[in-house]
Write a protein that binds this ligand. Structure first.
Ligand SMILES: [Zn+2]
Length: 53
């Protein structure tokens, strides 16, 4: 469903960011200017950073 589509987009475009607080996916080109659409937390990580640091 929509979730699978978002994951496919993340692989294609790499502009999916994950909220460090609630782990919601947020699609944005400007993560530093974007707050989580779900909880409003403003610390987002790149989706593919999950194995780094
Ligand atoms: Zn959040």
């Amino acid at each position: 469903m929509a979730q699978r589509f978002e994951e496919a987009e993340a692989r294609l475009f790499g502009d999916i960011y994950i909220c460090r607080k609630c782990n919601a996916r947020n699609r944005t080109k400007n993560p530093e200017k974007t707050s989580c659409r779900k909880c409003g937390y403003d610390d987002l990580r790149k989706k593919n950073d999950q194995f780094a640091g």
